[in-house]
Write a protein that binds this ligand. Structure first.
Ligand code: CA
Length: 228
């Protein structure tokens, strides 16, 4: 079944071009031209991914992103007009997975969408199941992480980072490598996105995020998954 993408964009010309290109790439599309409609559709229509403009009438993209994250881990790509907005996306820790800066090429946008939709599937790669003595279990088949037997609500990106690191406990992985493997080859984004994602991941799986026992920072080099 075609993946459904919600486009929240008030500039009709831009929305038309995006929708045209998404449909040509085989996606189903939903459109909202203002903030409140965007939020309602994000919550009610169960899109597979949301493209979210920042400046919108009624409610801005930052607020929508924050509200959607209260109940959903759907991938969200913010459409920003300026680099300052991109800074704010990470600074506010809204839970956005990615951003693209206008003007963007169709090729870039589709690549980002695919990278953000990519999930570990059962037959993919050779990532083993990893259960350890600390109560953390990573099920690659179910794409779910359990902490002390309870499922942890991770975004696709957070799950992929954890799986990637846990695949080789003890090996220090650079932010560049994480960006390439998890965000995708065609991503040329800001490495701070890695740090933000790690921070959110720690908040969800660590007992004390400030003193992590699973994902450890190797200063200046990257991150590794601690051996149990
Ligand atoms: Ca706008």
């Amino acid at each position: 079944m075609a993946k459904k993408i919600l486009v929240v964009e008030d500039e009709q010309d831009i929305a038309n071009i995006i929708v045209f290109n998404l449909q040509r790439a085989g996606f189903e599309t939903l459109e909202a031209g203002d903030g409140p409609t965007g939020l309602r559709m994000a919550l009610e229509e169960s899109p597979d991914l949301i493209l979210l403009d920042v400046m919108l009438p009624g409610m801005d993209g930052f607020e929508i992103c924050k509200r959607v994250r209260e109940t959903s881990q759907v991938p969200i790509i913010m459409l920003t007009a300026r680099e300052e907005e991109a800074d704010k996306i990470f600074g506010l820790e809204l839970g956005a997975d990615d951003y693209v800066t206008k003007p963007f090429s169709n090729r870039e946008l589709i690549a980002r969408i695919r990278a953000n939709m990519r999930r570990f599937s059962a037959g993919e790669q050779d990532a083993p199941q990893h259960a350890d003595s600390r109560g953390l279990e990573i099920s690659t088949e179910a794409a779910t992480v359990y902490k002390d037997g309870k499922p942890v609500d991770l975004s696709v990106r957070e799950f992929e980072i954890l799986s990637y690191l846990a695949h080789e406990p003890g090996r220090v992985v650079s932010r560049e490598e994480l960006m390439e493997k998890v965000w995708g080859f065609e991503y040329y984004g800001d490495l701070r996105a890695v740090d933000v994602a790690i921070r959110r991941l720690r908040e969800k799986i660590e007992d004390e995020p400030a003193q992590p026992k699973y994902i450890i920072t190797k200063r200046g080099l990257g991150y590794y998954f601690a051996k149990s």
